[in-house]
Design a protein around this ligand. Structure first.
Ligand code: ADE
Ligand code: ZN
Length: 345
């Protein structure tokens, strides 16, 4: 969909986007060819030999098109997709493709997540990935898009593996503004990773953590992130939409000024509540510092940040003034240097 002129022109800040989730079918296809790799889906038991073929598989991924297909199909596609990322150049190309698109969308500043373990466990050396991301960031800077990186740990792997990767990444700490936790949340409460969060806080990193929607123990997970993670609670919560069901959580998040990064297109497909915008509205009206982002846009029916803002406007009834407020919220809760924050205000 084309965003309306107001949303297009508005300077935007995106705070929750997984770089690996911006891998489009066309880039994936090109990288597979460059690296001489077959494109195969175990779930669909199919090898893709053309771009249209691959594009149709991205469409099959959509939860509403296959009954019973939910988050696990998403993860399979997401982790499967990134197998084409092999060289420093590949990571650079992934980064710069998103940053160029960000520029076209009017995004002036973004905080971009990456999953370090998803690459090292495939045998990609951490330096390959970090050098590729850094050169993409420098190129983005020249385009006028400012970028910071958030390193996420995979919560379905062990806390020890997270700590090991934390230490492996320390030589690159100048590139990393904060620490996050993502992947499959089922049975994996945030506090399981408290040791690495505490260490990161001591070392001066910002802290955030995914709390996916309609997750088992979702309210307890949100409470842990808001109140306890890293000692006194994280700086931000990624998603956490279900806090809207618990007034005491909303109050805590509001008082602590914990930022929330919401990605509406990711919810409308699989949230138990038909009207997810009732939840978004409740948080926003309560004075919670809500930002709207895209999450893994290439895998969410190709819905980028402008599409998420359009959805907020059309389905959520947010006015242009309210959408401006969402951008100012992002400036408040973002981790840009003070001078850049001042510029964005
Ligand atoms: N990794 C990429 N996108 C994710 C999401 N929405 N939830 C958890 N982990 C993710
Ligand atoms: Zn996410």
């Amino acid at each position: 969909s084309t965003p309306d002129p107001f949303i297009q022109i508005l300077p935007k800040v995106e705070l929750h986007v997984h770089l690996e989730g911006t891998l489009t079918p066309s880039l994936r296809f090109a990288l597979a060819q460059r690296n001489n790799l077959p494109l195969h889906s175990a779930r669909l038991n199919k090898t893709f030999t053309s771009l249209p073929d691959l594009e149709s598989a991205y469409n099959l991924l959509q939860p509403r098109s296959i009954k019973g297909v939910g988050l696990s199909a998403f993860f399979e596609a997401y982790y499967g997709g990134m197998e084409v990322l092999q060289s420093e150049q590949d990571f650079h190309d992934l980064g710069i493709e998103y940053f160029k698109r960000a520029k076209q969308m009017g995004v002036v500043y973004c905080e971009v997540m990456f999953d370090v373990q998803a690459h090292t466990r495939r045998g990609v050396e951490i330096g390959v990935l970090m050098r590729g991301l850094e050169s993409a960031r420098r190129e983005a800077d020249e385009l006028g898009v400012k970028v910071n990186y958030i390193m996420c740990f995979l919560r379905d792997l062990s806390p020890e593996d997270a700590m090991m990767h934390y230490e492996m990444a320390l030589p690159y700490r100048e590139m990393i503004v904060g620490i996050g936790l993502d992947s499959n949340e089922y049975g994996r409460p945030p506090l399981l990773f408290d040791e690495v969060y505490k260490r990161a806080r001591e070392d001066g990193f910002k802290l955030t953590c995914h709390c996916d929607v309609t997750q088992k123990d979702t309210h307890e997970h949100i409470r842990q992130v808001a109140c306890e993670l890293g000692g006194t609670g994280a700086d931000r919560i990624d998603h956490g939409l279900d806090a809207a069901e618990a007034p005491e959580l909303v109050e805590i998040i509001k008082i602590k000024r914990t930022g929330m990064t919401l990605c509406p297109w990711a919810y409308v497909r699989h949230h138990k509540e038909e009207n997810v915008f009732g939840y978004v509205r409740r948080l926003f009206d309560a004075g919670v510092l809500v930002n709207i982002s895209s999450d893994s846009p290439a895998y969410v029916e190709s819905n980028w940040v402008v599409d998420n803002l359009m959805l907020l406007k059309i389905k959520g009834g947010f006015t242009d003034d309210e959408i401006v407020k969402v951008q100012f919220n992002a400036v408040d809760i973002c981790w840009a240097p003070k001078s850049l924050k001042a510029e964005m205000r």
